[in-house]
Write a new protein. Structure first.
Length: 263
């Protein structure tokens, strides 16, 4: 059976699913702050243990939570090597041309990769446990104070929400294009760097064309269903603060305090 792209909503009744969307997005921001504040090995262990507990509670499954992380393995290797080879030239193990591998670069590479992985996992949990319509309403609730500065909050929230939902769609389009190019002889699995580069370059234009086509189809569908920019969104969701929301907020706040004080 074909694996669903990451970012697609998966129905469920877990505590993460039933958490208020606005609170969920605020908690995601707090957890991202905790990820950025982490600066020690023990701090990272606590962070990933906390993230693992959230994954278990959400009942989403490893494919939904870790799918994008596994697909980006080469990206993680690249940013690790860039930090390892270029981060600190003063205390390099050896120096060769422009490459200066060092212990500081090694540690920095691990930190950057760990932070990106944690961010991806937390984002996947929020996206997979929240319907797109509720994400739009939640973003609008968070940025609603900008109305004082005459910022079109409803339109901005819709743009952000649609952009987030387009990510898994573009991943799926890219996979389809890759399979089509492979059938035509493209060598994506070749060990030669030049062959891989030659195979990737022809994919750029079709991906952009597919993205613009999707955007055009979406705009026509919204217009056909009566969406108008000058009409305010009237079904704004009221923020619900219950025991689940309060407990989640306290746990995330405690994690940030522990990361900044203890570690």
């Amino acid at each position: 059976m074909k694996q669903l792209p990451n970012g697609i909503y998966i129905e469920g009744n877990s505590p993460i699913h039933t958490l208020d969307t606005t609170v969920k997005i605020v908690l995601l921001i707090l957890l991202i702050a905790a990820v950025i504040a982490t600066n020690s090995l023990l701090g990272y262990l606590v962070l990933f243990l906390f993230t693992a507990v959230i994954c278990v509670i959400s009942k989403l499954g490893l494919k939904a939570v870790l799918g994008s992380v596994l697909r980006l393995s080469w990206f993680f290797i690249t940013i690790f090597l860039m930090n390892l080879l270029f981060f600190n030239a003063e205390h390099a193990w050896v120096s060769f041309w422009i490459f200066n591998p060092s212990y500081d670069g090694f540690v920095q590479g691990i930190k950057v990769v760990a932070r990106v992985i944690a961010f991806l996992i937390l984002s996947n949990i929020v996206l997979a446990s929240t319907p797109p319509v509720e994400i739009t309403a939640g973003i609008e609730n968070i940025i609603s104070p900008l109305k004082c500065f005459k910022v079109p909050v409803s339109q901005l929230a819709l743009i952000l929400s649609v952009s987030i939902q387009f990510i898994p769609i573009l991943f799926e389009e890219t996979d389809m294009i890759k399979k089509a190019q492979t059938a035509r002889g493209a060598q994506f699995e070749s060990k030669r760097l030049m062959d891989k580069a030659k195979a990737v370059m022809p994919m750029v234009v079709p991906i952009f064309v597919a993205a613009f086509r999707r955007a055009d189809e979406l705009s026509l569908a919204m217009e056909a269903r009566g969406y108008r920019v000058d009409v305010p969104f009237k079904n704004r969701k009221v923020v619900h603060i219950g025991v689940n929301e309060i407990l989640s907020f306290l746990l995330c706040t405690a994690l940030i305090v522990v990361q900044n004080i203890v570690f």
